[in-house]
Write a protein that binds this ligand. Structure first.
Ligand code: GCU
Length: 583
């Protein structure tokens, strides 16, 4: 078995991933309004909250039946002004009835909850998870009360933690809550857990595997069907429950210009899981990025997982289509999903619209590199990200970090993690947004000295010349001394501007200044040898606790090409021109 698969098996065993493609299964949505109780002092515990109903005889502090409600999925910050800045524990409770087919299994599956989550069913702990942007699930077959109403109580704590991933300081809003969908999933005793269906690196075969989970996984027949390619094959699982396949095929290739997806069905017994999968290859050759063997330029944009208009955590296809459509209109063929894995519909929508994707785990800024538990958590989140999205053609880059200061512990931590990523998925590029250490070799000669890049496939770094560093005009004469044997990607650049604020090109936060800054930036970037991608910061203005400047920021980072309502700023025209000339 490939090392990657072995790691995935370990990941699955450790609970560091979930069954694949839940909406395509026998899944019952638990989305809706759940009762909630705020608990800033952490006074509630599994006893108080997990299943208490007001019995009318004793005074008590908590009663779900008479409490307020929160929409699930949804962050709490934007649902109630009292919760806007809230960082702490929130309790949720919903009730459900479920008629489980005798002998079958029942799981409760969360697409994400931020940040630490504990789950009780009928007063008994089902499981706990750390991490705000990846899925988790627990088998609840033995906790279910057949033929009765069941209570599902969830404790979510979004407090930032020194050893967390991310940790104490982020330039985005700490949206707390059950931020993505929740499902009950019924399965047979042995069922399809996950699968990989991808194009071989030489583009002549479709290869991958199907993995069963359960007590009787060996020597079982599983089927792969791709009707348009006249594929309908049966394979036998090994003792580990995995069936691998490699079959000659010449599918139409997926690309931003032609985002061709195929209906794929993976079957076991009466179970059939349908998916939509694109086939493409991605690789580097010297300082070039090759998509399907042809050089491609990443005309990109960064975006947070935050909706247009009401600026809340995006959590559904409709939210994602609005965001990615703005990127397409901007002439982009690429998006960086900053700084954490976005919801599953975001990458599926990128597959459909034709946008290549950089997907990232939130090892952001001041991580505690010395802490073994932090490394374990990073591996868990990396495994969860890769195992959920390994069949998404749009994803070409897995990123392991953003703007992390260079030191021995950090470089050891991330170099090891890059190896972990490569062994989990050897088909995609591994990157990180390096920090522009702003090292000047001469007055107008800059470089980025970071040994981590030896472990990466791209040389990607953030630079803010003209905003945080130097002046806009300095861009015209700045040169860069960068590695010649790797594609160079500018993973962030830009500056702020309040839409509608026009007070001349030198006025701070004016639109005129943004336009001027981008024009100067493009003079500099256009001179970089081996430049293979540009990813301006950022698609739209987004909420951040750092950005309080009254009347200009008002809790929003204003570096967006669109404002928070999705309205274009004048800089949109400058960036569109660059993208059209480069993609
Ligand atoms: C950094 C960081 C972003 C941040 C941006 C900014 O590069 O990666 O998360 O929002 O700068 O300062 O606006």
């Amino acid at each position: 078995m490939a090392l990657g698969l072995a790691l995935l098996c370990a990941g699955a065993a450790a609970g560091a991933q979930t069954m694949m493609n839940v909406p395509a299964r026998k899944a019952t949505s638990l989305n809706g309004y759940w009762n909630n109780i705020i608990d800033p002092y952490g006074h509630g515990n599994g006893n108080y909250m997990r299943d208490r109903t007001f019995d009318g005889t004793r005074l008590q502090d908590y009663d779900f039946d008479t409490s307020t409600e929160l929409r699930v999925p949804g962050d709490w910050n934007t649902q109630n002004p009292k919760y806007y800045y809230y960082e702490g524990i929130m309790w949720y409770r919903t009730k459900f009835n479920y008629d489980l087919t005798p002998g079958n299994r029942l799981f409760v599956h969360f697409e994400a909850a931020n940040y630490k989550t504990s789950v009780w069913v009928n007063g008994r702990l089902a499981g706990e998870h750390e991490g705000g942007y990846t899925g988790f699930e627990y088998e609840i077959t033995s906790l279910l009360r057949p033929g009765q109403e069941n209570s599902l109580v969830v404790r979510v704590n979004n407090q930032r933690l020194p050893d967390g991933v991310p940790t104490m300081n982020t330039d985005w809003w700490n949206y707390g809550g059950i931020t993505r969908s929740v499902y009950l999933v019924e399965t047979a005793p042995t069922f399809i857990y996950d699968y990989s269906v991808q194009l071989s690196k030489d583009r002549t075969k479709i290869e991958g595997w199907i993995r069963l989970k359960g007590d009787d996984v060996a020597a079982k027949d599983v089927q792969l069907a791709i009707p348009e390619l006249k594929i309908n094959n049966t394979y036998k699982t090994g003792a580990d429950g995995i069936a691998t396949f490699s079959l000659k095929a010449k599918p139409e290739l997926w690309s931003p210009e032609s985002p061709r997806l195929y209906d794929v069905a993976v079957q076991f017994g009466s179970e059939s899981i349908s998916d939509r999968i694109g086939f493409r290859t991605i690789e580097t050759k010297g300082d070039k990025i090759l998509l399907n063997g042809k050089e491609v330029f990443l005309a990109g944009i960064n975006l947070h997982e935050e909706t247009v208009g009401d600026s809340r955590r995006a959590n559904c296809k409709e939210d994602d289509v609005k965001l990615l459509t703005l990127a397409k209109e901007l002439g982009c063929n690429f998006v960086r999903l900053a700084h954490y894995p976005h919801n599953a519909d975001m990458t599926r929508t990128a597959d459909e619209l034709g946008l290549m994707v950089w997907s990232e785990i939130p090892l952001y800024w001041g991580i505690n590199w010395r802490n073994e538990g932090t490394y374990t958590l990073a591996v868990q989140q990396l495994t969860e990200m890769i195992s959920r999205d390994r069949n998404r053609a749009s994803i070409i880059i897995w990123s392991i970090a953003n703007e992390t200061s260079v030191n021995a512990e950090r470089t050891a931590f991330l170099s090891k993690l890059a190896g972990e990523a490569r062994s989990l998925d050897g088909t995609r590029l591994i990157s990180a947004a390096l920090q522009n250490v702003n090292k000047q070799l001469a007055p107008n000669l800059y470089t980025v000295e970071d040994p981590l890049h030896e472990a990466l496939d791209l040389f990607s770094f953030n630079e803010y010349i003209g905003w945080y560093d130097a002046t806009k005009e300095a861009c015209d004469v700045i040169e860069w001394s960068l590695p010649a044997d790797k594609p160079i990607v500018i993973s962030e650049f830009g500056g702020g501007g309040r839409r509608g604020r026009h007070s001349g090109p030198d006025a701070y936060f004016s639109e005129d200044n943004m336009v001027d800054l981008y024009r100067h930036q493009f003079i500099m970037l256009g001179k970089i040898k081996g430049l293979a991608g540009t990813i301006p910061w950022v698609l739209k203005d987004f909420r951040s606790p750092h950005r309080v400047l009254q009347g200009i920021q008002d809790d929003f980072n204003r570096k967006g090409i669109y404002d928070d309502k999705g309205r274009k700023k004048e800089v949109w025209n400058v960036l569109k021109e660059w993208n059209d000339a480069h993609r």
